[in-house]
Write a protein that binds this ligand. Structure first.
Ligand code: SAM
Length: 218
């Protein structure tokens, strides 16, 4: 990649940040992360000219890198603070994980497709992001490192996976799109105490399905 290309991408990132702000993203730490993370590195190079459009794009295994607005909205709803322990379900390209790392969270991420797990691991490493990753069924969570200050599910679930609720720290947020295969509402669950949870619902989105024990059947 030439210096000139890098300058073009930097300019496009700045324009994307303005677009996200105009669409209602307010958290300045989220916007700062979008200004830095090179989205073009997480997709096929044939699509790199479209990297800073506000749209979802295809990645391998019939999956997608989510629309930037969706990533920004989910991240904002998580209320990420420096040092927070965040679990992501659905690493996909690795882009959302990079945004969380850029916000100085301690990140854990699970991807069900081994090929996407390997690919995202290699890109995140090349870019210098340090996080814990594994391949497996994220609907079960990652008990060894629980509890988490935030859990973000980047695929559409039929119901809120109870395993994930149980792995939230008190005060932590679980952000998960819930609905049918066509459309999901963004749900945020806050753990108030050991057995009390508060649920809020936000606008609708369209995600690829969350497939697993507490998701859709394959
Ligand atoms: N966060 C991703 C990014 O930044 O590119 C978005 C990925 S895509 C919208 C959703 C991902 O969830 C896909 O890669 C899919 O394979 C993965 N997925 C679906 N069900 C899963 C499960 N039970 N556990 C882990 N990953 C899952």
């Amino acid at each position: 990649m030439t210096d000139q290309n890098e300058r073009i991408f930097k300019k496009r990132r700045a324009m994307l940040v303005e677009e996200l702000a105009s669409k209602g993203i307010r958290d300045s730490r989220v916007l700062q992360a979008f200004d830095v993370v090179p989205r073009h590195r997480f997709i096929d190079s044939a699509l790199s000219l479209r990297a800073y459009e506000d749209s979802a794009l295809p990645i391998e295994m019939g999956q997608t890198i989510s629309q930037p607005f969706t990533v920004a909205r989910q991240t904002e709803l998580l209320e990420v603070k420096e040092g927070h322990k965040i679990l992501e379900i659905g690493t996909g390209s690795g882009y959302q994980a990079a945004i969380l790392c850029e916000m100085k969270a301690t990140v854990y991420s699970i991807e069900r497709h081994p090929k996407l797990y390997e690919r995202s691991k290699s890109i995140l490493q090349q870019l210098g992001y340090r996080l814990m990753q594994k391949s497996g069924d994220g609907t079960l969570g990652w008990r060894a490192y629980a509890p988490y200050d935030g859990i973000v599910v980047t695929a559409g679930a039929p119901v809120v996976p109870d395993n994930l609720k149980q792995q939230l720290a008190i005060g932590g947020h679980l952000v998960v799109p819930v609905g049918d295969e066509e459309k999901q509402l963004m749900v945020r669950i806050c753990r108030i105490s050991e057995d009390e949870f508060k649920e809020e619902t936000f606008s609708s989105f369209k995600f690829v399905p969350l497939i697993g024990k507490q998701g859709w059947q394959q």
